[in-house]
Every structure is written in C-alpha cells, then in structure tokens.
Design a protein around this ligand. Sequence first.
Ligand code: PEP
Ligand code: MG
Length: 325
Amino acid sequence: ERADLEIYANRAAVTKDGFRVELAANIGTVEESLSLLEQGAEAVGLYRTEFLFMGQSQLPDEETQYQAYSAVAEAMRGRPVVIRTLDIGGDKELPYLELPKEMNPFLGYRAIRIGLDRKELLLTQLKAIARAGVHGTVKIMFPMISGLEEWREAKVIYAQACEQLRQEGKPFADTVELGIMIEVPSAALMADSFAKEVDFFSIGTNDLVQYTVAVDRMNEKVSHLYDYFHPAVIRLVKQVIDASVRNGKWTGMCGTMAGDPLAAPLLVGLGLHEWSMSASSLSKVKKVIVHVNRSECAALAERVLALDTAAEVRQALEAFHRQVE
Ligand code: PEP
Ligand code: MG
C-alpha cells in the first residue's frame, strides 16, 4: 500500500483512453488539509465545517471561521476547496444551539434547514468563506437541499453576505462557485432544474442511500438494506450526472461510494467528474482509474443500469474488477 501511494500520488487520474477526473479529499479540520497535496489530492471536495462548531461552548465568530477556511485554502495552494455550510442536526449535536429533541432527527431540523431558519448563522459563515476566497479557490456547497426554493433562498443570503462585506470594506472573492449536495432523492429527481441554476453538484451517497431506501444509516438492525449499489441509487446518480453534463456543469461525489475501488469503473462509466474521499482511499481509487478505459466502463454502466438488485450489481462490478487487476 505504501508503494502504491508513492507510485500513484503524483500521477494524474486519467483513464487509458484519456478521461480525466479530479480526485479530491474529504476533511473535517484544518490539520487534515496540511498534507493533502503530498497525499495526491488535487482538491478538497468536502470540508465538513461542523467540526469547527462542535466541541466548544459557543458559535465561532466570523473571524475564527475566516482563519480556519483561509488556512485550508492556503494549504491547497490555489486548488479548489469545497466548503460545506454547517450540517448540524441529524446525528450531530450542538448543545449551545439548543436544538429540539425530535422523533426523526434525520428528517427534521437539520443542515440548510437550520441555516435558512437562523439566517444570521448562515450569513456569518458565508461572509467568512467569501473572505477566505482571497487566499485560494473556495467553493460553497449547501447541504440537504430538497427543493429549488431552499437553494434560491441560500443564494440570496450569499448575495447579502457579499453586500455586507462590500459595505464593511473587507476584501473577498466575488467569483465563488455555488453548489449543492445531492443527498435527498427529491433533489436528485429535480437535477435538471437545479443544473440550470447551480454551478455544481456533489452527491452525498451516505444520506442519499439512507433517504432513497428508507434505511437509517446508523441502525445496524437494518444495515443489510443499506447499500449504494442499490439500483435505485445508481439510477439517481446517473440522472444527476447527466443533468449536469447537459447544462455544462460538473458533478462530484463525496459520499463513501466515491472511495470504493469497486465502484470506480461504474462511476467512470457514468461520467463522474470529481471524486472526494478520505485521503487514505485516494491511491486505491486512482490505481483503478488509470487501468481502465472509459469506453469499457460506459458499457459496464449500461449493463449495470439494466440490473434489478444490489447483489447483481456487486457481482457485475466484481467480475469487471477482476479483469482490471
Ligand atoms: C453524505 O451524506 O454522503 C455526505 C458526504 O455527508 P455526511 O456524511 O457528512 O452527511
Ligand atoms: Mg450528508
């Protein structure tokens, strides 16, 4: 594995027939960003900012957030850094926000829903991110978007954040890409509409699977039903990528599926543009990508899309994977 890391870290992620993809890393802290370039990451595809908010007694102010986001932007030396706005709720608590106890926290007051309800919280974060854009290439991503209105509202708050920065005379980047996570089936199904308005998508398979098959991602009792190779999930992924391509936008994936070498040929075949995973998976996935042809992967994807069960999908992918070795 160490040898793989050395062989693949500096190699571009391009298939034998020239399809170039971007391999990015998921991070939760500034520290994790410091060695990413050495580890072969070309970008940060998901910066989970909630860790900046957790483990302390109050909201981090604009300055504190600005410092953290800038540090990551600088560590990546101009490579893209996709910063996700606060995704709290669900399984992640923030005692000082005094979130209500809920019957179904994953279906409740969570992520962008909190941001749009407590607008000053989102506004402060967006100001900090836009300011950090001066130190590199940052992109903003909104979590748990389920409909067009939420995205449009978030965009208005971003415009307000820029306007405030302008009035305060603080330097900020005004060419920041704005995207959404696709992790709710309604958003995947509306991808065509979203693709006309957003700059990019990033598919969060961890939640997308949970919501598509109605299986709590934390519940071991039903974990046998939780599978990103479920044909329904694969169809949604295809729909999202196709919608982005039709509209000249790009699609990434930052859920666990992106870091699975077994899924890699399928995702190449579907035309995924950006892949974001834990840094430790980068060389394993890249190893697969550089050994496949996109044309063969496209044929594989077509076969897989005709299958009815996750078990059949897995079998097809395993058979393909054996030939790659
Ligand atoms: C996802 O849902 O796939 C995702 C990347 O977000 P998180 O795991 O932080 O919910
Ligand atoms: Mg998620």
